[in-house]
Design a protein around this ligand. Structure first.
Ligand code: FAD
Length: 513
């Protein structure tokens, strides 16, 4: 028997990724009397629901969970790392699937590898977990409480900086990079350990945070919270111009129901949140616009000559070490508008000679994410006369790099070689720019603004302008052009919205019927 949906709840949340889960968690903590229903279009693929698939020890079971997250793209060949994307083929990362028309509009660069995940936990069941704070112009100037919100987001995501302290060569990478990067930078902008949503168990195994960590026991033990998987929301219902509930299709039985709600939170990723608003007749001018992704430049080097670097039997990686054995952060600055994610790998991204085995951690993949020049013309738009696989208005992307974007990418290419050479011996002839969409960090499509001036979709609490009770969540809400990984920031913004809903519930917001 499938669970039947309730007739009415206080809060309906669409999407079970980290931003929707942050609403569930904060509401469970601050408004324990509130009834909350979370609807997720995809299946539950891990335990507890929303857990990162990398925590699944059996490779076959992990691959199965990834395939089940790939929605209509399931079964397609995927590429496992940014390094492999260099093949130039249009392929998705495991656990994700490509937007079919990502590069369809003639005359623009498009976003050939724009991708999504459809599963409980969303992309956070598959992510790398890098959680740097935004800096300089990445920050949202009109939010005075941003730092406190970011601290709360770090709590929800279980962010640490010491999980890879035993990693071979981690300190060496930071020392060598610091020598060429830190000179002109202020203290907070210097080379550092990457904050990561990961911790080590007592037995040394890594545990990656997914939505399960964001939900936490506070949500799982909340008897007024329920998660409904394989439940596609096709419409946000409104009455009298305010939130009234959601229309949801049970993807197992095919039945459609209306669930009344006093508040609706749409946390369905940066491409599908605007899609659901569009399908619901909520179409502010800024919807889908200012779409921005972070163009990614990659380069790889190998450490030689340092103690252990030339021996395959050198310091063994710590227990449970997977593809990344240590992650170093070069923060974004306004002078250098890219963000560096420097990952030590336990295998080379390119073939090496058989008699020249790689010592764990001695191959270093450098990735620079570039901040985009924001433009209203970069957008995801939706067709009223064509449906996607889910039966919702088909999305299509218009996207192009500006001359300023190309200049930033060129600078990133120069710096990545300089930084790479400081760390080790280059494995690549030259840096590689990944196909647009590779970063999986799409932002801006439901952007937040300080006032309803046509340039934003929602206000500082993430409530959609002119539609009381409808909130949006996820990377699409971020209004600035960030280069840093955005999830920490979008969870921080979700905390603010959830507190506002909790506050209004406490003050007796209108009841759903
Ligand atoms: P999502 O996690 O995408 O969840 C949205 C959910 O909504 C999905 O499960 C979807 O099925 C559901 N949904 C959509 N439409 C509907 C509907 N109509 N009805 C019901 N449900 C719906 N970010 C970082 O910050 N740092 C990183 O290091 C990082 N690395 C990454 C590596 C990989 C391989 C991947 C795939 C992603 C990575 N990301 C990273 C991106 C990160 O995972 C996302 O930023 C984050 O998951 C976004 O959270 P979200 O809750 O907004 O959306």
């Amino acid at each position: 028997m499938r669970p039947r949906y309730p007739d009415a709840v206080d809060v309906a949340i669409v999407g079970s990724g980290p931003s929707g889960s942050a609403y569930a968690r904060i509401l469970s903590e601050l408004a324990p009397d509130a009834t909350i229903a979370m609807f997720e279009a995809g299946p539950t693929v891990s335990s507890p629901p929303g857990a990162h698939v990398k925590n699944i020890a059996d490779p076959a079971a992990r691959a199965h969970a990834q395939r089940r997250s790939e929605g209509p793209g399931a079964g397609a060949e995927t590429v496992d790392s940014p390094g492999e994307v260099k093949s130039g083929e249009r392929r998705a990362r495991p656990g994700t699937f490509l937007l079919p028309e990502g590069d369809a509009v003639a005359g623009g660069d498009g976003m050939p590898v724009a991708a999504m995940s459809t599963n409980v936990g969303g992309m956070s069941a598959h992510w790398t977990g890098a959680c740097p704070r935004p800096g300089g112009s990445e920050r949202i100037a009109f939010l005075d409480d941003l730092d406190e919100l970011l601290s709360e987001a770090e709590r929800l995501l279980g962010v640490t900086t010491d999980a890879f302290d035993g990693s071979p060569f981690g300190d060496l990478v930071r020392e060598r990079l610091g020598a060429v990067v830190d000179g002109a930078r202020s203290e907070g902008d210097r080379v550092a350990r990457m904050p990561l949503a990961v911790h080590r168990r007592d037995d040394g195994a890594l545990v990656w945070s997914g939505s399960d960590v964001v939900l936490g026991d506070a949500t799982r033990e909340n008897s007024r919270f329920a998660l409904y998987d394989e439940s596609l929301v096709t419409r946000v219902l409104q009455r009298g111009g305010r939130a009234a509930g959601v229309r949801v299709t049970d993807r197992v039985t095919g039945e459609t129901s209306d669930v009344a709600a006093r508040f609706v939170v749409v946390a369905a990723d940066a491409l599908r949140t605007p899609q659901l608003l569009w399908a619901s007749g909520v179409r502010p001018d800024a919807l889908g616009r200012c779409l921005n992704d972070q163009t990614q430049v990659v380069f790889a080097v190998r450490i030689r000559g340092a103690s252990g670097a030339d021996r395959a039997d050198g310091d063994a990686p710590a227990a449970g070490l997977s593809a990344t054995s240590g992650v170093t952060w070069v923060p974004f600055t306004d002078d250098e508008p890219f963000h560096g994610q420097i990952m030590q790998l336990d295998a080379s991204p390119i073939p090496v000679a058989e008699d020249d085995p790689i010592a764990p951690g001695s191959v270093v993949g450098l990735g620079l994410f570039c901040a985009k020049d924001l433009s209203r013309d970069d957008r995801v738009e939706f067709a009223d006369d064509r449906a996607d696989d889910a039966g919702l208005p088909a999305p299509r992307i218009r996207y192009g790099l500006t001359p300023r974007d190309r200049a930033v990418i060129e600078r990133a290419r120069e710096q990545i070689v300089r930084w790479g050479r400081a760390i080790g011996e280059p494995l690549d002839d030259s840096p590689f720019v990944l196909p647009l969409g590779s970063s999986l960090h799409y932002q801006g499509t439901t952007r937040m603004g300080p006032s309803d001036d046509g340039e934003s979709v929602c206000g500082p609490d993430s409530e959609v302008w002119g539609v009381p009770g409808v909130f949006v969540a996820g990377n699409g809400v971020i209004p600035t052009a960030t280069a840093c990984n955005p999830t920490l920031t979008s969870v921080a913004l979700a905390v603010r919205g959830a507190r506002e809903i909790a506050d209004r519930l406490g003050r007796g917001a209108p009841r759903s019927t």
